[in-house]
Design a protein around this ligand. Structure first.
Ligand code: PMP
Length: 307
């Protein structure tokens, strides 16, 4: 990871190397934190943050689920993110705000701990090294929505993803796909899942998945293009018989899937609809489509402020 000069922590920009926390930080032990992953893209009008408002809204929601009472509201977090990017002089990359219970008490209940917020950003290119990925159904099921608040982006949820990543480590698979306990496709470790079948986009409904901001964007772009989109339960057989499949997410953007469990999807190449959606998404995030300019928050005055 390439360091940037500044990290915002509890209202102040401090040096990257000084952004440390105590080993008895409550969230480190129990996973009760909330975070976001946001991308910043170069556009003709300078760097711009993609769908910042939606990310801030989801972060505020996730903090609420955890009973976290941050001293910063949504608009203050929005401004702090823009300021962090601006002061780092970043032109593209990834932004990671994280809200967590700090150091105080170590009972499971987070009572008695400070509620803290940090915002870091850095240059980050493609998430996957390959344009077309091979995935495998995980032996672990997606966490049960009756055991947590599944639509919040909570740190502890990612243990499920870490375990699935361990499963594919040192194999030829690039990512794992989770099924639900009742054998429906849920999502990837950090991605939502789509297939193309009969000229339609199909994606699992909300309920067992993180409501991805990229997922919502792709659904909107597809519908605006006249491509029908349906949210419905999908089984593995539906995916294996599909014409095309892809993942979406802030980090992975639109990533075509070549095979699942070594069975090719369609002809095993990037399908034409996936290619079209992927290109449109790239045009939108880079500010090349006037109709979707409102998705972008320009970071004004982001010049050589990094030192
Ligand atoms: N599902 C999971 C489990 C994720 O971690 C992510 C990444 N945030 C996504 C889906 C995609 O969400 P988004 O498009 O908002 O990045």
């Amino acid at each position: 990871m390439k360091k940037t000069p500044w990290i915002w922590k509890n209202g102040q920009l401090i040096q990257w190397d000084d952004a440390l926390t105590h080993v008895l930080t409550h969230t480190l032990h129990y996973g009760g934190g909330a975070f976001e992953g946001i991308r910043l893209y170069p556009t003709e009008k300078g760097p711009a943050i993609f769908r910042l408002q939606e990310h801030v809204d989801r972060l505020v929601y996730s903090c609420g689920v955890l009973g976290m009472d941050l001293p910063w509201d949504g608009p203050a977090i929005f401004d702090a993110i823009v300021e962090t990017v601006r002061r780092n002089g970043l032109n593209y990359g990834y932004i990671r705000p994280i809200a967590y219970f700090g150091f105080g008490e170590l009972g499971v209940s987070a009572k008695g701990n400070p509620n803290e917020l940090a915002i870091a950003c850095w240059e980050w290119d493609a998430y996957f090294a390959h344009e077309l990925i091979d995935i495998k159904v995980s032996k672990y099921r997606r966490i049960n929505p009756e055991a947590t608040v599944i639509d919040a982006k909570i740190c502890g949820h990612y243990v499920n993803g870490i375990l699935s990543s361990l499963e594919i480590q040192n194999t030829h698979y690039h990512e794992a796909l989770f099924l639900t306990a009742d054998d429906h496709i849920a999502e990837g470790a950090g991605e939502n899942f789509f297939i193309v079948a009969d000229g339609k986009l199909l994606t699992p409904p909300l309920g067992h998945i993180l409501p991805g901001i990229t997922r919502a964007t792709i659904m909107q772009l597809a519908r605006d293009q006249g491509l029908p989109v349906e949210e419905r339960n999908l089984r593995l057989e539906d995916a294996l018989q599909a014409d095309e499949a892809f993942f979406t997410g802030t980090a992975v953007e639109v990533t075509p899937i070549g095979s699942i469990n070594d069975q090719p999807i369609g002809n095993g190449q990037v399908g034409p609809i996936t290619a079209q959606i992927k290109q449109l998404y790239q045009d939108v995030v880079h500010g090349r489509v006037p109709a979707y300019q409102s998705f972008l928050t320009p970071v004004a005055g982001n010049e050589q402020l990094a030192s």
